[in-house]
Design a protein around this ligand. Structure first.
Ligand SMILES: [Zn+2]
Length: 158
């Protein structure tokens, strides 16, 4: 396992898996970092990414492009701040996403949360651009997506 820090972003690389945590911004040259990742299939986990700016998004795309040239890239636990940006970019259309975070709100109690949406379990509804209703952690009633489905689900459209 190797870990390193680029600005305010922590990276952990284990065989077949890259985990990012923190902020992807001007201080995160992910395009250069790609050279350190061995060729082959890889899972990228961004559960703990909290922020990305426009330069960070450019670096993120350079990283993903480089890794996709060398193997299959699968995204797990995609951060809310990244999934909405990835939905704006056609090159991510059809990529393999196992799960992602999305902003939800509970119509019963008003609680807001960013739960993890399992894209395998809910594949059918995602293809129809319908966000699955998920249980509220506060009251147990079903929560709804708090945003336009296009912001999160365009990537899954059949
Ligand atoms: Zn609730």
């Amino acid at each position: 396992m190797s870990t390193q820090r680029l600005g305010r972003l922590d990276l952990e690389l284990t065989p077949g898996r890259l985990t990012l945590a923190g902020r992807i911004d001007d201080a995160s040259p992910l395009g250069e970092f790609a050279a350190q990742v061995p060729a082959g299939d890889i899972v990228i986990d961004t559960d703990a990414v909290t922020f990305v700016n426009s330069i960070g998004m450019r670096e993120w795309m350079r990283l993903v492009r480089a890794l996709r040239e060398r193997g299959t890239v699968t995204f797990e636990r995609v951060a809310d701040v990244l999934i909405t940006q990835m939905n704006l970019r056609p090159e991510f259309s059809g990529v393999s996403i196992r799960s992602f975070h999305a902003q939800y709100v509970c119509p019963s109690c008003g609680a807001e949360a960013a739960p993890l949406v399992d894209a395998i379990v809910h594949a059918d509804s995602l293809r129809r651009m319908a966000a699955p209703r998920l249980p509220c952690a506060e009251c147990g009633k079903p929560m709804d997506l708090a945003d336009f489905p296009e912001r999160y689900l365009s990537l899954f459209k059949a």
